[in-house]
Write a protein that binds this ligand. Structure first.
Ligand SMILES: C[S@@+](CC[C@H](N)C(=O)[O-])C[C@H]1O[C@@H](n2cnc3c(N)ncnc32)[C@H](O)[C@@H]1O
Length: 299
C-alpha cells in the first residue's frame, strides 16, 4: 500500500481551512503584504496599524519609545520602525538567510543586560541600522512568546508579558539618558487569547488579556502631563466585541485617558468581531481616584 503524507494532509484539510485559503487568495491586504514593491510587511495586520495611525497620528515626532506586545511575526513593529525612521517605506527587512543573520545579530548585541534586580534579560536582537539607508530615533521593544526575526531599530524580547520578569525587562530596555523614567510613549497590543470555541470562556479570556494589558500600560506608559502634550501617552489595544465591551471601556479605560476611540479598520476582516481601542492622553494612576463619578461623554 502506498503512503502519501501530502495526500493525507490535503484530504484531512477541514472545510474551515479550505475557506481560510479561499479567503486569503481573495484578500487584497494579503496580496498587498506579499508584494515587495509595495511594502514587504510580515503580516497583513500592519495595514490595520497604518490606518489607525493615519486617523490618529499615533507616532508624532515627540514619540521616542514604543512597546509592541504580542508582536510576532512583526507587522506592527515594522510600522513603528518605519514611523520612527529606522526603515524606509517600501523596504523589505527580512534578510535572505534570516536564521544565519539572527545568530550574527545576536552576537553583535551589547552583551548581557540586567534589570534593576540584577536578573539577566534574555538576549534581544536589533538589526544593524547601518544596513538601512536611515538612522531612526528612540527605542522600540517587541515582546512575544514566539521567536521573531530581527528588524532594524527593534529590540525583540521572547517573553510572556504576564511573567514576573516582563516589567523589569521592559523598564531596563526603555531607560536611558534620553528616557530616565524608562516610560513608553506608545504601547501597542494586538494580542488575542487562544479561542476554545466555548463562547463564555473565550469572552472571559479575551477580557483577561485586555485587563492585563491595561495594568501593564498603567505601569509603563508616559503620562500626557510628563510629555507636555494633551494626547500623549497612547495605548492601542485589540478587543473582541461582546455585550460587556462598552461597560468595560467606560470603567477600565475612560478614567485613565483623555480620549478613548473605538475603531474597526478597513483592513480588519468584516466577519471578525475584533475592534481596537485607541486611548490617548494617559492621565496617570491617580486619575481614577480623582474622578467624580460623572460619566465622560467624549465618545
Ligand atoms: C495576532 S498576533 C500579532 C500580530 C502582530 N501585531 C503583527 O503585526 O505581526 C498575536 C501575538 O500575540 C502573542 N501573544 C499572545 N499572548 C502573549 C503573551 N502572554 N505574551 C506575549 N505574547 C503573546 C502571540 O504569540 C502572537 O504572536
Amino acid at each position: 500500500m502506498s503512503f502519501s503524507a501530502t495526500r493525507i494532509l490535503l484530504s484531512a484539510k477541514s472545510t474551515s481551512s479550505k475557506s481560510w485559503l479561499a479567503r486569503q487568495s481573495h484578500d487584497p491586504y494579503v496580496k498587498k503584504r506579499s508584494t515587495n514593491t509595495l511594502v514587504g510587511f510580515r503580516a497583513r495586520s500592519a495595514f490595520k496599524l497604518l490606518e489607525l495611525d493615519e486617523q490618529w497620528q499615533l507616532f508624532k515626532p515627540d514619540v521616542n519609545s514604543v512597546v509592541d506586545l504580542g508582536a510576532a511575526p512583526g507587522g506592527w513593529s515594522q510600522v513603528a520602525a518605519m514611523k520612527l525612521g529606522w526603515m524606509d517605506e517600501g523596504s523589505n527587512d527580512v534578510p535572505e538567510d534570516p536564521y544565519a543573520d539572527l545568530g550574527l545579530l545576536n552576537g553583535r548585541s551589547s552583551g548581557v543586560r540586567r534589570d534593576t534586580s540584577g536578573q539577566e534579560i534574555p538576549p534581544t536582537t536589533r538589526a544593524d541600522a547601518q544596513t538601512q539607508s536611515q538612522t531612526g530615533r528612540g527605542t522600540i521593544v517587541a515582546m512575544d512568546l514566539l521567536d521573531m526575526l530581527p528588524m532594524p531599530g527593534v529590540q525583540t524580547l521572547k517573553m510572556d508579558f504576564l511573567s514576573p520578569q516582563a516589567d523589569a525587562a521592559i523598564h531596563a530596555l526603555l531607560q536611558d539618558d534620553q528616557n530616565p523614567e524608562g516610560k513608553a510613549d506608545v504601547i501597542l497590543s494586538d494580542m488575542a487569547a487562544n479561542m476554545t470555541g466555548n463562547k463564555t470562556a473565550d469572552i472571559e479570556s479575551g477580557l483577561d488579556i485586555v485587563n492585563a494589558v491595561i495594568a501593564f500600560a498603567r505601569k509603563h506608559l508616559r503620562t500626557a502631563e510628563s510629555a507636555g502634550r494633551r494626547k500623549a501617552g497612547v495605548l492601542v489595544i485589540k478587543y473582541f466585541q461582546h455585550p460587556l465591551t462598552n461597560r468595560f471601556r467606560q470603567e477600565q479605560l475612560k478614567p485613565y485617558f483623555a480620549d478613548v476611540y473605538n475603531s474597526k479598520p478597513k483592513a480588519s476582516r468584516g466577519d471578525s468581531s475584533e475592534g481596537y481601542w485607541v486611548c490617548m492622553g494617559f492621565k496617570g494612576n491617580d486619575s481614577a481616584r480623582q474622578r467624580d463619578g460623572t460619566p465622560d461623554e467624549t465618545i
